[in-house]
Write a protein that binds this ligand. Structure first.
Ligand SMILES: C[S@@+](CC[C@H](N)C(=O)[O-])C[C@H]1O[C@@H](n2cnc3c(N)ncnc32)[C@H](O)[C@@H]1O
Length: 420
């Protein structure tokens, strides 16, 4: 049965109060002297959950099965308790299915996104399963206790804390090391195919026919891919006549996939484990810097674009594919949520972006900022190619439907020339 995560709605409050009551009876009544089921009033919690869901200082996410809430986390993203995980509850019928762990992770991501670095939660003394969940997810059990009020009188809770200061390079390495196996098959298909771009797999040959090819001149040129993943873009560059292609990536697991595919397709080239924001290459050593959803979205452009300029020779080409800033203003917070035609978040000052349903950190900037950045480092913008779904494209991509992408650009390719 699929579990869907989304923000809580006031209409979820009844279901939340019902399983919350069961959890409290199961976990609290045996541990708090004098607390009896009769003392607990589920109706009070219906009102409270409805208030929490409507409170802008709180973010409440629910896990749903067939539309009905079976668990929730509620975190304080603003106000005097900012940084506090108020609740993680899962219906007893749905426990031990990983839902609590995911709700905890979602809550942490929302707090990180809200700028909270030192976060805290409290759990009733003796609630061993909850303490085990938290400590196995990196929370530190402190020796501090706080007193809570209950209808039966005060009781003690442990204080647990977590530090969220891991930077984006480490967070993205963990994300890609973990998810690399999910991308191997797709990588294999791309290695076996003619060049195509983005999630929508727009064919290079179609773009060339329309006068907007992505691949630059490659014959006899030295190419480096910043964030090569499984390495198919570098492989295409070699096939198109590049004299050298070097794949650089932050994830050892992704590079292992690339090495495997190099063997399968008998096309070896150097693979470097490194960070595209600080590349281990000499100045003026390449003619082309390229990447498709590599450094373009996983690295801070204010760090990787200067590195691209440093390693490019004069007259070199920079080509990269990313999501459009328009998509980033409209994309739902949860990847498989409904695509919106509303502007859900501001474009002004868009830069580092975090999402509640995964640990990776992305970077997206508005077009004006990108043009100024490129020009500051000696690039001339030659083209900005907006991609639309080709005939026969699937109905759905991550974050958007085909229908949306037929009307608005979801993916774009920047083409810039370095003049030194
Ligand atoms: C979606 S893949 C894109 C690569 C390729 N087009 C593919 O699909 O296999 C994103 C890649 O960027 C890499 N990446 C993320 N942060 C990076 C960084 N700081 N430096 C270099 N590579 C990075 C990830 O490890 C991942 O392999």
């Amino acid at each position: 049965m699929d579990v869907i995560y989304r923000y809580g709605l006031v209409s979820d409050a009844d279901a939340m109060a019902a399983y919350h009551h069961q959890c409290v009876v199961q976990a609290y009544v045996p541990r708090i002297d004098g607390l009896t089921e009769e003392l607990l009033d589920p109706q009070r919690w219906v009102t409270r959950f409805a208030e929490w869901i409507s409170n802008p200082d709180l973010a409440t996410v629910v896990a749903t099965v067939e539309g009905v809430a079976v668990g929730h986390s509620c975190v304080a993203v603003g106000g005097e308790h900012a940084g506090h995980v108020h609740h993680v509850f899962v219906s007893p019928a749905r426990q031990r299915q990983g839902i609590g762990q995911e709700l905890l992770a979602v809550g942490e991501r929302l707090l990180r996104r809200a700028g909270c670095e030192a976060i805290e939660l409290h759990t009733v003394v003796g609630n061993a399963p909850a303490i085990a969940l938290y400590t196995s997810n990196g929370w530190e059990l402190t020796d501090r206790l706080v007193e809570e009020d209950s209808p039966a009188g005060p009781y003690n809770e442990h204080v647990l804390v977590k530090d969220l200061t891991t930077g984006h390079v480490g967070a993205n390495r963990s994300h890609w090391d973990e998810s690399a196996p999910d991308w191997l098959e797709r990588g294999r298909r791309s290695w076996a195919s003619a060049p195509h771009w983005g999630e929508m797999m727009v064919q290079e040959s179609d773009l060339v026919a329309a006068g907007a090819g992505v691949l630059p001149e490659l014959q006899g040129r030295d190419v480096v891919e910043f964030g090569c993943g499984t390495g198919y873009v570098s492989s295409w560059c070699l096939a198109a006549g590049a004299s050298v292609a070097v794949g650089l990536d932050n994830s050892g697991a992704q590079l292992r996939s690339a090495r495997l595919l190099q063997g399968e397709f008998d096309r070896p080239f150097p693979l470097i484990h490194g960070n595209a924001e600080q590349v281990p290459f000499r100045d003026d050593s390449f003619d082309v810097v390229i990447n498709e959803y590599g450094a373009a979205i996983w690295c801070d452009p204010y760090h990787w674009i200067p590195e691209a300029a440093r390693v490019l020779r004069s007259g070199g080409d920079l080509v990269f594919l990313a999501s459009t800033p328009l998509l980033m203003t409209c994309a739902p917070d949860f990847e498989w949520g409904q695509t919106s035609e509303q502007l859900l978040r501001p474009m002004r000052d868009m830069h580092e972006m975090r999402w509640p349903d995964f640990d990776g950190v992305e970077f997206h900037v508005p077009h004006g900022d990108m043009i100024r950045l490129l020009r500051r480092y000696g690039f001339e913008v030659m083209d900005l190619i907006e991609l639309y779904p080709p005939p026969g494209a699937p109905e759905r991509f991550s974050f958007y439907d085909r229908d949306w992408a037929e009307r608005y650009p979801a993916e774009e390719v920047w083409v810039a020339r370095f003049s030194g």
